[in-house]
Design a protein around this ligand. Structure first.
Ligand code: GTP
Ligand code: MG
Length: 364
């Protein structure tokens, strides 16, 4: 970076809570300033920031670590800048800006940077908007890559082969639905471990789980992660015949909600009598739309071991459910793979350009 004039820094992502924030630095003193505030994650030296080769760094204020950041040098329309992708916390962004300012950068509005690029690719702007709402690091990292690889790919759309166009369309449909919000609902008999499983997929104790059947009444929705991709997960009341009008209403509401989900996760109890589980699955199959994707899981496998011995266990195995233990985590990876396959999110790869909005898809 050569020339004279100020070195500027700006937050490119909107000033609202999000999974990540992107701070751009541009101007003649960029490298000098960054050599004082960045350290390589592994060898603790100022990093070498080569063009378009992201490097994982620490942002440091003397001996204190401010945050980890993915750092990339980018050239757009002859403007060279270095982008720091940090965690999205307001405090982290503020501390990083103060640090850059202390070392000589002029803090400025994102528009100053963006106005130079806007004419170049409106697609990046749309991706920045999607970044605000990104609720997982996996999605945020993927969007950041799309910011770089999607515009040149769209630019050469006239030379795509039919296969290239079809594959692009298929994975883009999945990505757009994910950004709009995919919905997974958990249903099952009382006490099967639905809430315990929900907590495991959400990553914290969000829902009350207890040995008392009928614990969950009103459904609860929360962001959960399937191999790091965000989905909205709904835990519902255990389905059973009951005289309690409140529980009946909770079951009805949960069922209505689950019927509209992208995937229904049916959780059975491996310890329950086999006839109950088989009847439960049969009643779901009979009453619910056949077109709605379902994934079947047998929970509490830690209580019976991996090999079914009794007739009851064999009957459940015959339903070809995925064996899991929400308590120990056994089988959860396979369960997530199955849900990912049904939702199509296995198609999303970091190195494959993919549309993130209907406008981008319709422009092809
Ligand atoms: N051993 C074992 N116990 C489990 C497992 N999953 C859940 N439990 C226990 O089973 C009981 C019921 O768990 P919940 O998660 O509340 O079950 P639920 O299906 O949400 O129950 P309702 O809301 O009443 O329909 C609790 O005591 C859990 O600790 C598991 O994988 N293994
Ligand atoms: Mg529950």
């Amino acid at each position: 970076m050569t020339g004279c004039g100020p070195t500027r820094a700006a937050v490119l992502t909107p000033q609202a809570p999000g999974a990540i924030a992107v701070i751009a630095v541009s101007g003649p003193r960029t490298d000098t300033i960054l050599s004082r505030v960045l350290r390589h994650r592994t060898d603790d030296r100022p990093p070498k920031i080569a063009a378009r080769r992201p490097v994982l760094c620490r942002i440091v204020d003397e001996d204190a670590v401010v945050d980890d950041a993915i750092v990339t040098r980018i050239r757009r329309d002859g403007i060279v800048s270095v982008e720091l992708s940090t965690h999205g916390g307001v405090r982290i962004v503020q501390r990083t800006l103060q640090l850059l300012e202390r070392h000589g950068a002029e803090i400025t509005q994102a528009e100053l940077f963006e106005s130079a690029w806007r004419a170049d690719h409106p697609v990046r702007r749309e991706i920045d908007l999607a970044l605000i709402g990104a609720t997982s690091r996996r999605l945020a990292g993927w969007l950041l890559t799309q910011r770089r690889i999607l515009p040149p790919f769209l630019d050469r759309r006239s030379s795509w082969s039919r296969e290239e166009a079809d594959a692009f369309r298929a994975r883009s449909e999945v990505a757009i639905r994910m950004i709009e919000g995919l919905h997974v609902a958990i249903i099952g008999p009382p006490n099967a471990g639905k809430s315990t499983l929900a907590n495991r997929l959400i990553g914290r104790d969000r829902v009350i789980a207890s040995e008392t059947p009928g614990t969950t009444r009103d459904w609860v929705s929360e962001t959960a992660f399937i191999h790091g991709w965000p989905v909205t997960l709904t835990d519902t009341a255990g389905i059973r015949e009951t005289d309690c009008p409140i529980e009946s209403e909770a079951i009805r509401r949960g069922s209505v909600l689950a019927a509209g989900a992208d995937v229904v996760l049916v959780v059975l109890d491996a310890e329950a009598p086999s006839a109950e589980s088989v009847d439960f699955v049969a009643s779901i199959e009979a009453r619910w739309s056949r077109d709605q994707p379902r994934v079947l899981a047998t929970n509490k496998i830690d209580l019976i071991g991996a090999n079914p011995r009794t007739r009851s266990e064999q009957a459940i195995t015959a339903l070809s459910a995925i064996k899991i233990s929400a308590l120990t985590g056994a089988g959860i990876d396979r369960l997530e793979s199955e849900i990912a396959a049904v939702l199509g999110i296995g198609m999303l790869k970091d190195d494959l350009p993919t549309a993130c909005s209907r406008d981008q898809l319709n422009s092809t």
